[in-house]
Design a protein around this ligand. Sequence first.
Ligand code: NAP
Length: 351
Amino acid sequence: MAAAKNQAAFLIKAGTPLEVGDAPLPTAGPGELVVKNAAIAINPLDCHMQDVGVFVQQWPAVFGCDVAGKVYEAGPDVQDFKKGDRVIGHAINLVSGRPQDGAFSLYTVIPANKAAILPDAISFTDGVVVPFAIETAVCALSLKEPGVAMPGVSTPALGLPYPSLENPAPSLGKTLVIYGGSSSVGSMTTQLATAAGIHVISVAGAHNFEFSKQCGAAQVFDHKDPSLVEKIVEAVGKSGQAEFVGIFDAIATPETYTHDLAILAQLGGGHLACVHPPPSEVPANVKAGMIFAVNDIATPVWKDYVTPALQAGKIQCLPPPTIVGKGLEFIQECLKKSKAGVSATKLVVEL
Ligand SMILES: NC(=O)c1ccc[n+]([C@@H]2O[C@H](COP(=O)([O-])OP(=O)(O)OC[C@H]3O[C@@H](n4cnc5c(N)ncnc54)[C@H](OP(=O)(O)O)[C@@H]3O)[C@@H](O)[C@H]2O)c1
């Protein structure tokens, strides 16, 4: 059998197109897996990394967060995975800076505690939409104490329970508003929150109401509706739940912050968990924070939940992938499409 050869899509300099070239074949250290990627997915973060080199620690850079494929090598102490296992995983070049930890490669190193077996019935191109979004969702929902997202910005601490495999999950009597219910992060957070027994009211485009309900939202409102704030406040009031937790804002723009703060003002405050730095000034009854989606808080979910939940259909591989092409060369095209904006889909490249 021919020796395995690796290639990666390199960013040589911020603001330039990715260049595909030969890369060293990585090896698995303690607690690591090398995955032979069959599919990778694109996230908006990748566009920022390409444009301005944010989070890049080492040039040329190889980044990307989502992989699906087969285990090529398991680290010496890894018990839960073996060579040949079908897996999905969260690649963490974002924090490590090491090129071998970037998804945009034929072979990628991922931490074994950010991987899960992908059931045979689920294709790699479907499964690859899950990893980064699910870790982000856990960080949005389940941190108990505020940590540091970036200098001067703390993480949110909603302290909500992990998702359950019970169907349906017992109600917690809590309502959470998810702004951006059709986005990758918003839809996965809707799925996990619902699976934790939380009543979700979401905000999405009118054409994505059914999609957001498929993810578990009890009610969905149009982000273009001029009466959005009033409608959300009314829906929370009539939800029949004992507690309003707050808002997870998966869009986090000046416009969404205006709506968030108006909703929170009318509902007596609550959490405001954001995917970007929150508004600089918030009232005393609003606990605002920014998620940072690489966190060991997700380890129990990776270890005990992802595979059985995928198997049982408790996690659906949503939003569905749009497969842009086969080969590392298509990543650049995906980045261009991602910058143009997507709606209720995740851009995916097959390898
Ligand atoms: N801090 C972190 O750790 C972290 C982690 C992951 C992601 N992020 C950030 O989170 C954001 C979302 O990422 P993603 O991958 O989920 O994005 P995405 O799937 O590419 O987002 C596309 C979706 O955004 C929705 N949208 C756009 N404007 C909206 C608005 N005003 N109100 C409601 N929905 C709106 C669109 O909804 P319609 O088509 O229905 O209109 C569309 O479905 C990005 O900015 C990303 O950089 C941060």
